[in-house]
Design a protein around this ligand. Structure first.
Ligand SMILES: Nc1ncnc2c1ncn2[C@@H]1O[C@H](COP(=O)(O)OP(=O)(O)OP(=O)(O)O)[C@@H](O)[C@H]1O
Length: 371
């Protein structure tokens, strides 16, 4: 069956009943990029991943990728896990200790047609940066290296979809930071959907292109991660972790020694140049701006050490915890408008007489370049 635009990605419709838990979701995921499944513990993220993999035979519904149907309760079709082209990566890298890294990767190849092996081998080694580890055995690898080998092994099977269940959860902060850049490039370099279960908003901000929010077995929202993180009707925009993401481009001219300028449709942001080699002009980056790092003023402050002050318009106001207000802001014009969040005290909002439509200046104390 050939793929049509409507079914080119991954379709998942599942109804599954357990004592005290029901999964009832209907998802349509893009054919490329990283989709993060996010939600509280026990909401059904791992179960959704297992349904895609064919590990939950009691689930009724439909699973299809690119027009290839793996499960369809209406016609009684259920392909078991070994007949679904899925790459699986778990919290703990389940490598064979008695085999070298090379042996583990070759095991991943066992169902890959010979003609496809050479390219998949080179691709996997380069993508995960593990060519120098081939002769080692798994006990001789760090936790981060083990996970990179586990991902390469999952890719060696030439899957249609890569399923990752909290692949960084068992690693300490330093190892996580070591593996994240490798995961980050998967979204651009893999020609397949990656479904990524996580508890970490940092990982969502850095890795995800698309976000699926699950709550108590049900779909709360799904869409591009940039849209969802700043949607004030969703819980992610509230509380101390609230932050907006902005896609920007490195500008041609640095604004000063040791600084980097980033253009986006709402203006320009300046950041300290933290890398020894300056980022090339035109390079796309993703920025994360926390709501608590955005203050508001009615006039542009003339004398301030802050690097970034942007004109914006108040688009929403919501009470957000005791004495706090979450302010939704719009920057830029028309279809290219960008959303930002600001969390200020209720007293400040009253003093500034903020209302929807008030023009303000957003004073930005911190900007993190997350990718
Ligand atoms: N093998 C099982 N048998 C019975 N119930 C299960 C089983 N595995 C999970 N559950 C239950 O199903 C529900 C969903 O679990 P699931 O592991 O999918 O959640 P999760 O969102 O991945 O959680 P976490 O973030 O804590 O890993 C929970 O109520 C859980 O207790």
């Amino acid at each position: 069956m050939s793929a049509t635009p409507s079914d080119a990605g991954l379709q998942l419709r599942s109804h599954l009943q357990r004592p005290g838990f029901t999964l009832d979701i209907n998802l349509s995921l893009p054919e490329r990029g990283i989709t993060a499944l996010f939600g509280p513990s026990g909401c059904g993220k791992t179960t959704a991943l297992r349904v895609i993999a064919g590990l939950e035979p009691t689930s009724s519904g439909r699973v299809a990728i690119g027009g290839d149907v793996w499960q369809d309760s209406a016609s009684g079709l259920f392909r078991p896990v070994h007949q679904r082209a899925v790459g699986l990566v778990f919290q703990e890298a389940s490598l064979f200790d008695h085999l070298s890294v090379e042996g583990n990767l070759k095991f991943g190849f066992r169902r890959t047609p010979n003609a496809e092996r050479h390219q998949a081998w080179d691709h996997g080694l380069a993508l995960l940066g593990i060519a120098h580890l081939l002769k080692r055995s798994p006990p001789e690898l760090s936790g981060g290296e083990r996970q990179r080998v586990a991902i390469a092994r999952a890719l060696a099977a030439n899957p249609r979809v890569l399923l990752m269940d909290e692949p960084l959860a068992a690693l300490d902060a330093q190892r996580k930071a070591e593996v994240l850049p490798w995961l980050e490039q998967l979204h651009a370099k893999l020609d397949m959907p990656v479904v990524y279960v996580t508890h970490s908003l940092d990982e969502v901000a850095q890795l995800a292109d698309h976000l699926v929010l699950i709550n108590q077995g049900r779909l709360e929202a799904q869409g591009p991660v940039i849209d969802l993180l700043s949607r004030t009707d969703l819980h992610l925009a509230h509380g101390d972790q609230a932050a907006a993401l902005i896609e920007a481009t490195v500008a041609k001219k640095p604004p000063g020694e040791g600084l980097c300028a980033l253009d986006f449709s709402g203006g320009q942001l300046w950041l300290p140049q933290t890398r020894a080699i300056p980022l090339p002009p035109g390079r796309s980056v993703r920025l994360r701006i926390q709501a608590r790092d955005v203050s508001l003023a009615l006039q542009r402050p003339e004398q301030t050490s802050l690097l970034n002050t942007l004109s914006a318009t108040v688009s929403e106001l919501h009470e957000d915890g005791p004495g706090q207000v979450l302010v939704g802001l719009r920057l830029g014009e028309g279809a290219n408008q960008v959303r930002l969040l600001s969390r200020i005290s209720q007293l400040s909002a009253q003093r500034l007489k903020l209302a929807v439509g008030t023009p303000v200046f957003a004073l930005i104390k911190g900007v993190a370049m997350v990718r």
